[in-house]
Ligand binder design. Structure first.
Ligand SMILES: Nc1ncnc2c1ncn2[C@@H]1O[C@H](COP(=O)(O)OP(=O)(O)OP(=O)(O)O)[C@@H](O)[C@H]1O
Length: 267
């Protein structure tokens, strides 16, 4: 399933910074990382892609069909969205939250069957949360909630995954688990669009990137381009250091200014 966005524009209203001339595509098996400073428009763009916001111009095509020509059910079968972890409104169990991902595959009056339950449990297992299946969603940690929402999206069995900062609340171990899951899903042929504030994650798991700044595409290309001298510093407006391991692995680190001698504090 191919996602193609061209010349997309949107504005939240007078005074808000608009999205302008956004264009990119995402093919099956790719992990496209969406980067950019706070307020650049990443979440707004995702919300346009999932049909929650109506663009003021441009097109969003899924296999050549405009997304607004698809029913909500057809769209949900094609595209699964993982928002940033939210506070739950209702006291669902973790297992029930994941089973909700099966909704686009059920008739209006159907209740999830054994096969749906099994798919949900498999997805929970894949994100390492099977042991929390019977816990209330409101009684698990923020990172566990994030993984639970990923499991719900996996249970949707869509060919496109749209992830909004999926690693935001995860510890180091779970960040790596998440990236492994994402790489595995891409190998299975899913297309994944992931917002991330971690260029490292893009370098490790991504195929290509799109960088937004002030509502426009600042740059795009293979993720290795993020390691070009000065690229990330220009994107974020602060010094960023690229570290290359002996085996060629790339990592980014903030470039902290050296402390001034008088600011050193000896207790
Ligand atoms: N509901 C809204 N009404 C008006 N303006 C909004 C609304 N939501 C977002 N904005 C504005 O739109 C711009 C883009 O916001 P958006 O949340 O898309 O940025 P982002 O790149 O996802 O930021 P972050 O990295 O902080 O999550 C910002 O200037 C923001 O203040």
């Amino acid at each position: 399933m191919r996602l193609a966005v061209s010349d997309l524009s949107f504005t939240h209203g007078a005074g808000a910074r608009p999205l302008q001339e956004i264009g990119f595509s995402l093919d099956p098996g790719e992990v496209l990382c969406l980067l950019g400073p706070n307020g650049a428009g990443k979440t707004t763009l995702l919300r346009c892609l999932i049909g929650a916001l109506t663009p003021s111009g441009g097109s969003i095509l899924l296999d050549g069909r405009p997304i607004d020509s698809l029913s909500p059910r057809a769209l949900a079968r094609s595209m699964a969205y993982v928002p940033q972890a939210t506070q739950p409104a209702f006291g669902h169990l973790v297992r029930e939250m994941v089973i909700m991902g099966r909704s686009p595959h059920l008739g209006r009056l159907d209740i999830p069957g054994r096969a749906d339950q099994a798919i949900a449990m498999d997805c929970l297992d894949r994100v390492g949360l099977a042991h929390l299946a019977e816990r209330s969603f409101s009684a698990i940690s923020g990172g566990e909630r994030q993984l639970c929402l990923l499991a719900r999206a996996l249970a949707q069995q869509a060919r496109l995954l749209i992830l909004d900062e999926p690693a935001a609340s995860l510890d180091f171990g779970n960040q790596l688990r998440l990236l492994d899951i994402i790489v595995g899903l891409a190998r299975d042929g899913l297309g994944i669009l992931m917002v991330t504030h971690h260029p490292d994650h893009a370098l490790h798991a991504g195929s290509r990137f799109v960088a937004l700044r002030e509502g426009r595409v600042h740059g795009a290309g293979p993720v290795a381009d993020l390691a070009q001298p000065g690229y990330l510093s220009a994107l974020y407006g602060r010094g960023v250091r690229i570290i290359r391991d002996a085996d060629g692995t790339l990592a980014c680190a903030p470039l902290f200014p050296s402390p001034q001698p008088e600011s050193r504090h000896v207790p």
